[in-house]
Design a protein around this ligand. Structure first.
Ligand code: FEO
Length: 395
């Protein structure tokens, strides 16, 4: 169903209440999501992005209820990832000659995924524009690495709308459409989770790109991303947050992540948590068993933290696979300016703490000493290093 956004601009996307996982199973969806596509009906009719392939039939049929597909003058593909381009093949079978405006990398992405169909691609770069009549233009801004090499945003003059694609989005189903109508706790929880788990590795690009957009001095009344709520109430608030988040963001928080075999490593985790609260009562402390808790939610807490402590018992001269997998994910998110400490129990050989320290350093964390290592069950003597470890994390 078409929903008007402003003047002749409407939302024609898909609100995905059933979605539970995204990027395969690599991103948990707790509050639904949406794939936002937009229809601009000025003198020219323009479709901006589509929706994920499983919803392509419904997407095309809904569009047909609103317009004659042959009336679409231009299609804008801001990003080739399948959640936004997945309905393009179905649409193009109906209107195969319609010009598609996208970046050169998006052509590679679309032809790589869907094959070469001689679609009418028109490659655009930052600053290129498209006249859509009624005195309005679409201006293209390449958003390379936000978050793929092909990403771009489209700015509509006159109505001052920035169609930002993934940037400024959230995996959050908002039937009410707008940021001012959405539940504020969920909106910001999902916005920061999205940044931490998807955009954080590209923070240097975020900083540069936002400066470039701000320097263009364009009036922005609405930021319409491709997921979640549309920012119409003080839309620049999410831009300001991105500037903050991209600058090695951290709060007064320490996150403890561990897995355990016979509860010894869990006991050390909770003892570290108690010591943090004792030494620094205002510091927020979070404790997660990485085998049981959602990894994306944990990473959001890591993103907010100034330091982390990671624990695993020794097994097979190494660490538990749950912790190893979690630390591989940790490394991929390229956190900066954070400290890390290691702890764990062992029965015989005891390599886990050394392995964790190596992985923390490899993930870009400043490793704090001393470690906390306990043979068999942790005793008061084993806890003796915890105050110094916590001092190191808090310093
Ligand atoms: Fe929402 Fe990069 O796709």
């Amino acid at each position: 169903m078409k929903k008007q956004i402003k003047n002749n601009v409407s939302w024609v996307g898909y609100i995905d209440w059933e979605l539970e996982q995204f990027h395969g199973d690599d991103y948990s969806i707790m509050n639904g999501s949406s794939q936002n596509a937009y229809l601009v009906q000025e003198e020219k009719t323009v479709l901006i992005d589509t929706v994920w392939a499983p919803h392509s039939f419904e997407f095309v049929e809904n569009l047909k209820k609103e317009i004659d597909l042959n009336d679409i003058d231009y299609i804008i593909v801001n990003h080739g990832e399948v959640d936004h381009s997945g309905s393009l093949p179905a649409l193009m079978t109906e209107i195969p000659d319609t010009p598609i405006y996208c970046t050169a990398n998006a052509v590679k992405s679309l032809e790589g995924q869907y094959g070469k169909h001689n679609w009418n691609f028109n490659v655009v770069k930052t600053g290129d524009s498209l006249d859509i009549g009624n005195g309005k233009q679409l201006v293209f801004v390449e958003m390379k690495m936000l978050h793929w090499p092909d990403s771009m945003a489209t700015y509509m003059t006159g109505d001052n709308i920035l169609f930002s694609n993934d940037a400024f989005g959230q995996h959050y189903a908002v039937e009410e459409m707008y940021n001012d109508k959405a539940n504020q706790c969920l909106l910001w929880k999902e916005a920061i989770k999205y940044y931490a788990n998807i955009l954080n590795p590209f923070s240097p690009f975020v900083t540069r790109k936002i400066k470039e957009i701000v320097d263009l001095n364009l009036p922005i009344d609405i930021i319409a991303p491709s997921h979640g709520a549309i920012w119409r109430d003080n839309p620049l608030q999410i831009v300001e947050k991105y500037v903050e988040w991209a600058d090695n963001y951290q709060e007064d928080q320490i996150t403890i992540a561990y897995d355990t075999m016979w509860d010894g490593t869990a006991r050390i985790a909770h003892e570290i948590a108690r010591e943090i609260s004792k030494q620094s009562p205002d510091t927020v402390v979070k404790v997660f068993n990485v085998a049981k808790m959602d990894k994306n939610e944990i990473m959001t807490e890591v993103f907010k933290s100034k330091a982390i402590a990671v624990g695993s018992p020794t097994v097979g001269n190494d660490i538990l696979s749950s912790v190893a997998g979690w630390m591989a994910f940790l490394k991929s998110l390229k956190f900066k300016n954070k400290k890390g400490a290691a702890f764990g129990c062992y029965g015989w050989s005891g390599e886990s703490v050394k392995v964790i320290k190596e992985k923390l350093a490899d993930a870009g964390f400043a490793v704090v000493e001393p470690e906390v290592k306990s043979q068999w069950n942790p005793s008061e003597a084993d806890f003796a290093n915890i105050p110094a470890l916590v001092e190191g994390l808090l310093a």
